[in-house]
Design a protein around this ligand. Structure first.
Ligand SMILES: [Zn+2]
Ligand SMILES: [Zn+2]
Length: 326
């Protein structure tokens, strides 16, 4: 008996309603779910720690530890996979059990390494369901309604037939994770002429409120350099070094150092793309995007000092040049 693939209409050469390619896509999608599921759990619980990127909640509410968008999707995935397992058990006579386990009431000797279940009934986790469904993908491919099943799973992970289409729902939700500005990378990459340490300086971000940020530059370096940076320590270091300051603070410090700068000077440096905004101060927290109109911009004192020095040097040269006249 031969059938046609319900997705691409090619002849399958078997009793199945998916061709080899689409059966492989279905298996791959089930394969991806455990990893995506773990990532989604991180997104559910951690995204909100920074009071950013939360859906379903007004910004005036107090911060909640749950990202409701991700949480809803997690519930949806759980329901879809549970329903698939239950349908295969009820209609295709399969058994849903962890590997190397037999039902509690199993009579007879057990094979080596096998155990009886300690409880009657077994629900398992989303990950176990995905692994089990992958194992039985060819049973799914034999079902009349395989097209519905196929797209329910593919919609979660992304459709390999249309790589330019938006990614799957799980991927989209996970990518919504938040970035926190974690300051410049402090890893020492060399020493200057007078022996002063030179730091990598790559601007780092931590995701979903993670405690550590990773420096891609240092990770790629050969020989490898230390590349995991504790966000809190690094921000404290930048603040302690009095390097990352708000615009107002910078002008105060510079005035205190006898090197006054004026805010139109800062505007000009920004316009000329010589000065970089290092982040924003949002409710006493450093974030990488402005989250409210009251957030102040943060600049590097080191960079401001350097620009002022450059400007004075240029002016000095201009003055010298004008003196060289007759
Ligand atoms: Zn096909
Ligand atoms: Zn680095």
């Amino acid at each position: 008996m031969s059938n046609h693939c319900t997705i691409c209409k090619t002849e399958t050469g078997s009793g199945l309603l998916l061709c080899n390619t689409h059966l492989t896509y279905l298996r791959n999608a089930f394969d991806e779910i455990p990893w995506l599921w773990q990532e989604l759990q991180t997104t559910v619980t951690k995204t909100d720690r920074l009071n950013m990127g939360v859906t379903g909640r007004k910004s005036t509410d107090s911060p909640s530890p749950i990202n409701w968008g991700a949480s809803r999707l997690a519930g949806e995935v759980d329901i879809v996979l549970t329903r698939m397992v239950a349908t295969l058990v009820a209609e295709n006579g399969l058994r849903f059990m962890p590997s190397r386990k037999v039902p509690q009431g199993f009579i007879g000797p057990l094979l080596d390494g096998w155990e009886r279940m300690d409880r009657p009934g077994y629900s398992g986790s989303v990950v176990q369901r995905a692994v089990w469904l992958r194992h039985h993908a060819s049973v799914i491919a034999g079902r009349e309604d395989v097209r519905d099943w196929y797209f329910q799973v593919i919609n979660l992970t992304g459709d390999p037939d249309t790589p330019k289409a938006p990614p799957g729902k799980l991927v989209v939700e996970i990518n919504k994770r938040t970035e926190t500005w974690a300051g410049p990378c402090p890893t020492v990459v060399g020493y200057g002429r007078s022996g002063e340490p030179i730091e990598c300086g790559e601007i780092l971000y931590a995701y979903n409120g993670a405690e550590d940020a990773e420096c891609g530059e240092c990770r790629k370096a050969d020989p490898p350099r230390s590349h995991i940076v504790n966000v809190k320590d690094n921000l404290n270091r930048a603040l302690l070094a009095q390097d990352i300051l708000t615009e107002r603070h910078i002008t105060e410090v510079m005035a205190g150092l006898g090197q006054p700068i004026y805010s139109d000077l800062i505007q000009r440096w920004l316009r000329d793309e010589r000065l970089e905004v290092q982040g924003y101060l949002h409710h006493d927290r450093i974030v990488d995007k402005r989250l409210s109109a009251r957030d102040s911009r943060l600049f590097s004192l080191k960079q401001v000092k350097q620009l002022r020095r450059q400007d004075r040097k240029q002016r000095g040269l201009a003055e010298v040049a004008s003196w060289s006249g007759p």
